[in-house]
Write a protein that binds this ligand. Structure first.
Ligand SMILES: N[C@@H](CCC(=O)N[C@@H](CS)C(=O)NCC(=O)O)C(=O)O
Length: 219
């Protein structure tokens, strides 16, 4: 058994699972992946031994259990990466934590109307409230790239947890055809070109579980 284990859901649909998975991959951290198919009759029974919330993702490290995508990323950064999951400049780090927390706790219409689905590829016209949320993400991406992106192609230049939190959004924006401004479109493409994002998408596309189960649950 490996020292670090990450419990994830279906790669096609489980956007929250993608965030810490991407962090572990990008920083080349060795871990064991335990995949549990969501929304099946036996899902709760299978998740029970790992997840206090009966949700994914969950990180298991020695005697520590961490559930919730952002908490897992924080833990990995603190324990394994000596803080380097975040930008090292304190002002940038504060900004990166803010946009990551905003992504985590806000955007209810995006999460409900445009759930991640690696197989989807069709234009969906957003409702007004969803269009406002897309505009806010567009503004975050453009502003971070403009202010902090000089040393690389990611939100804060080099790859950070903030990029992990927005990677699932990139999959949704690509799937449903979000309209973005120039800087935000370039950043979207950076995320989509990331080799591990591409790997996640290709694993997700191979899965067989039907979409209707997940739509019904707003995952
Ligand atoms: N805030 C949590 C959300 C976790 C979550 O909702 N996970 C979904 C999959 S993406 C899940 O486990 N759903 C199963 C269920 O609701 O029964 C996080 O960031 O990890």
């Amino acid at each position: 058994m490996k020292d670090i284990r990450l419990v994830i859901g279906n790669q096609n649909y489980s956007s929250w699972s993608m965030c810490p998975w991407l962090l572990l991959k990008m920083f080349d951290i060795d871990f064991e992946e335990i995949q549990i198919t969501l929304y099946q009759d036996d899902t709760a029974e299978k998740l029970g031994p790992y997840s206090p919330s009966l949700k994914v993702p969950v990180l298991l490290h020695q005697e520590v259990t961490v559930w919730d995508s952002l908490a897992i990323c924080e833990y990995i950064s603190e324990i394994v990466l000596v803080g380097s999951g975040w930008p090292c400049n304190p002002k940038r780090r504060a900004s990166a934590r803010s946009v990551s927390a905003e992504m985590h706790s806000e955007f209810p219409n995006l999460k409900k109307d445009w759930p991640m689905n690696c197989k989807a590829s069709y234009q969906l016209t957003p409702s007004d409230v969803l269009a406002n949320e897309i505009a806010r993400i567009n503004a975050i991406w453009s502003c971070c790239r403009h202010r902090y992106g000089e040393n690389g192609n990611y939100l804060y230049g080099r790859f950070s947890i903030a990029d992990c939190m927005f990677a699932p959004i990139a999959v949704c924006f690509e799937a449903y055809g979000a309209e973005l401004s120039g800087d935000a479109t370039i950043y979207l493409q950076t995320l989509l070109d990331n080799p591990f994002v591409q790997k996640w998408i290709s694993f997700g596309r191979r899965e067989k579980e039907p979409l209707s189960i997940v739509y019904a649950s707003n995952a």
